[in-house]
Design a protein around this ligand. Structure first.
Ligand code: NAD
Ligand code: TDX
Length: 336
């Protein structure tokens, strides 16, 4: 085991990064976490509020700020890089921040990794592989060719390629993980599941893109965190690991589950404009992670995870109400 004592978690005030911060604090008492987060519209310091101040420090700043990285990185053993612009629809409306944060930000972190010799783990997505046909039995593996579709996924693919090139050329100690769609509490209301739950809670009909036959491979964010910790501490240097929990479902089925769990008619939703270039299906084969590192997910009952997520949004209106209004105004302008 290679447990780092002092880690930087970029994007640690976002949905998945903050879950990882909680995971580390709860399960690994010897580890100190420095969160580096710009607090964009998607970052909320409340997501890590209440954690012991001797275990977690928040530094508000930009991963593109090389001077800040020069001050921050020395004294740390590892960087876990979650920070990103993460939403496909935003990337279609305005790609520029995606280029800057996802591509330039990763470049700056790799340069700091090179300069200070720290361990680096790169968080990425299954979307770098493009999409699969609905009737294709194949799933993505570590050797699937890169074929991204959207501005968002192309910047994530670019950042993965930078990591691979810097690793080979400069001998950096890196790993990459590509995970499928996450769900759970603290996810921004722009994303599919929280958007539909909070639509119902605010008396708005849920919005389904196109026919809703697109398939996503859902994993609970806690399982993503345990997988990342496993790879950070036991993964082979220079390797890529896919993370997924066999959770394929099409959007219309997920939406009907939400409607039924919230006591509504399963057909009580609107079809809205489809996403341009909408990927049809993502599916992960996580055999390498499971067999080589012995990782297994623990949230394998999607219905129960979804019910808990609905309960969390119902009980935490204060966390999402302000963001909800701004998000829906943006969607309205796009006819979605
Ligand atoms: P999110 O949008 O909820 O959070 C992103 C966080 O990064 C926010 O706290 C934001 O303030 C911060 N940030 C953005 N730009 C920054 C910058 N320039 N400098 C410092 N901080 C900055 O995103 P998420 O859904 O939690 O995703 C986290 C990571 O996981 C991303 O790299 C994403 O590509 C990847 N990922 C997400 C999913 C998913 O289903 N959401 C699946 C696979 C991989
Ligand atoms: O209102 C909606 N209606 C709808 O039908 C929204 C917001 C989405 N959708 C569809 C589009 C997708 O097929 O639901 C599916 C999921 O959409 P998103 O939540 O936007 O996720 P997706 O585009 O699949 O990308 C997510 O998973 C991979 C994350 O946002 C990415 O950060 C991650 O890399």
């Amino acid at each position: 085991n290679n447990i780092p004592g002092n880690i930087i978690v970029t994007g640690g005030c976002g949905f998945i990064g903050s879950n990882f911060v909680h995971y580390v604090v709860d399960n690994h008492p010897g580890v100190h976490v420095t969160v580096l987060d710009k607090l964009t519209y998607a970052g909320n310091p409340e997501n890590i509020a209440g954690l012991p101040s001797d275990r977690v420090e928040l530094v508000v700043g930009d991963v593109c700020d090389a001077d800040l990285l020069d001050r921050l990185v020395p004294g740390h053993d590892a960087i876990v890089h979650y920070a990103a612009e993460s939403h496909n629809d935003n990337s279609i409306a305005d790609p520029e921040p995606f280029l800057r944060t996802n591509v330039e930000g990763t470049f700056r972190l790799l340069e700091a990794t090179r300069k200070y010799g720290v361990r680096y783990h790169h968080i990425s997505t299954d979307e770098v592989y493009g999409d699969l046909a609905l009737d294709d039995p194949a799933r993505f593996t570590e050797s699937t060719p890169y074929h991204p579709s959207s501005p968002y996924s192309s910047t994530k693919a670019a950042s993965d390629l930078l990591v691979r090139a810097w690793t080979r050329t400069y001998g950096l100690r890196t790993t990459i993980s590509n995970c499928s769609n996450n769900y759970g509490p603290f996810q921004h209301v722009e994303k599919f599941i929280p958007r539909q739950i909070t639509n119902i809670l605010t008396g708005v009909r849920p919005k389904l893109y196109g026919e809703g036959l697109n398939v996503r491979d859902w994993i609970h964010t806690e399982d993503h965190s345990s997988a990342v910790w496993t790879i950070l501490t036991r993964g082979r240097i220079g390797e890529t690991y896919l993370i997924g929990a066999d959770g394929e479902r099409n959007n219309i089925a997920v939406l009907r589950m939400i409607l039924e769990m919230m006591g509504r008619d399963p057909d009580d939703f609107d079809h809205v404009n489809d996403r341009p270039g909408h990927d049809r299906r993502y599916a992960i084969d996580a055999t390498k992670l499971r067999t080589e590192l012995g990782w297994t997910p623990s949230h394998t009952d999607f219905a129960s995870g979804l019910r808990d997520t609905i309960r969390w949004y119902t009980e935490n209106r204060g966390w999402w109400e302000t963001a909800k209004e701004a998000t829906e105004a943006r969607y309205k302008a796009q006819g979605q």
